[in-house]
Design a protein around this ligand. Structure first.
Ligand code: ATP
Ligand code: MG
Length: 394
């Protein structure tokens, strides 16, 4: 029996006149996510995207798992395609396709959706006929319309008749690429991969920026960031990662700035360097994993000083979240175990014993100007390392 994947559009159904272009991006993203699992035809009609296997080597189960991570989809299911769009064909296909599931439950009901109004039977009649047939073939079953263990769905659409059950929740959000591009400042911690995921969910295509300070930070730390981004890219699609050589800048902060301002000046330099990389890569915003009050550099005063360093829009999607809420998402997107691997981040190099939690912007700017970082910033920007991060290669 032929099987396809049906994907129900999510928020894009609200997009009015722009809907077509959102759907086009979504279809492209689905095709990309399914790469390597076989050849498919991807089409859309009536708020549904149809993924039809076109070659014998299609791994439809793997394709389904990948489709679950594509933003813009509210729900999805695998479905059997009836040989013909007739009631006879529905009655023939359903018991075969759902045999295993029907044998494992005691109660069920049939729901029919008939968007092709030419079909000779109306929805209640389809339900009655198929319900009767299933009761006949599986005598252990009873119908429970209020609280069934299994709902058998029959969809009579323009292009055919489909049977399925157990639709699963999709990834939600809107398709990656429909909200522009932004640069995620990614560390090896728990928070920034979650921030990247959250903005990709709102349709942002990502560029990644990582600051490394060898030999204070190791190659393993950078490799860990690559692995984190590979996990994120299963949702966001592929991206480019820029590694900024940050050692000389951090050493200069240590030598030429007041100790209690080390962290805040480092954060400002990160924003300033990131802004330049972001502009060169057509990004319209920066993204960080900051959360209000989490550490000394994330108090309202410290964030004010950090924010002032750039004119660019900064997204901080975790700003109002508790650590546990962030951890819950990191479990869900499977970054948690990688994030807690114990490698040094440049943020933990030269940390002051008593960081200012209420830095005065004027003093911070003065200290930064007196030290003078322009030459080293230019040098760091001349020595960026570029790594291509691709989904599906982990
Ligand atoms: P995370 O878990 O994301 O590391 P954190 O709670 O450890 O966050 P900080 O280390 O103060 O917080 O960093 C705040 C934010 O600054 C991070 O979420 C990230 O966006 C950015 N950041 C920190 N270190 C780096 C780095 N080495 N490279 C790029 N961005 C960084
Ligand atoms: Mg960190």
């Amino acid at each position: 029996m032929k099987e396809i994947i049906l994907l129900k559009d999510g928020e894009i159904v609200l997009k009015g006149l722009n809907r077509r272009s959102f759907e086009d991006v979504l279809k492209k993203n689905i095709k990309f996510a399914l790469k390597g699992t076989g050849r498919y035809e991807v089409t859309s009609a009536q708020s549904t995207i149809y993924v039809r296997p076109m070659s014998d080597d299609c791994d439809i189960d793997e394709a389904f798992e990948r489709a679950k991570r594509v933003f813009g989809i509210a729900a999805l299911c695998k479905a059997a395609v009836c040989d013909e769009k007739t009631m006879e064909s529905v009655l023939e296909s359903a018991p075969v396709y759902l045999e295993k599931k029907l044998k494992s439950v005691k109660t069920f009901k049939v729901e029919a959706k008939r968007s092709d109004k030419q079909f000779p039977l109306k929805s209640p009649e389809i339900c009655r006929e198929l319900g009767g047939k299933l009761l006949e073939i599986f005598p252990h079953l009873t119908v429970d319309v209020h609280n069934p263990e299994l709902i058998v769905y029959v969809e009579i659409r323009d292009f055919g008749a489909y049977i399925h059950c157990n639709p699963e929740k999709g990834a939600g959000g809107i398709p990656v690429g429909t909200s522009g591009r932004a640069a995620i400042l990614i560390s090896g911690g728990i928070d920034s991969p979650v921030a990247a995921y959250m903005m990709a969910k709102r349709g942002i295509r990502l560029t990644a920026i990582h600051f490394a300070s060898p030999p204070y930070t190791s190659r393993r730390a950078e490799e860990k960031v690559v692995r984190l981004l590979q996990k994120v890219s299963r949702y966001s699609g592929s991206m480019t990662m820029y590694t900024v050589p940050f050692t000389k800048l951090q050493e200069k902060i240590k030598n030429d700035c007041p100790e209690e301002l080390f962290t805040i000046i480092m954060r400002r330099l990160m924003m300033q360097i990131s802004e330049k990389i972001a502009i060169d890569n057509d990004c319209q915003a920066l993204i960080t994993g900051e959360s209000l009050g989490q550490v000394a550099s994330q108090t309202i005063g410290a964030l004010g000083c950090t924010d002032e360093a750039t004119d660019m829009l900064v997204f901080r999607p975790l700003i109002g979240m508790d650590k546990q809420e962030i951890i819950d998402i990191s479990y869900k997107i499977d970054t948690y175990e990688t994030s807690i691997e114990p490698y040094e981040d440049c943020c933990t190099v030269f940390t002051p014993k008593h960081p200012r939690t209420r830095p005065v912007l004027r003093c911070v700017k003065e200290a930064q100007e007196n030290a003078g970082f322009d030459e080293l910033v230019a040098e760091a920007l001349d020595n960026l390392k570029v790594t291509k991060i691709s989904a599906n290669d982990d």
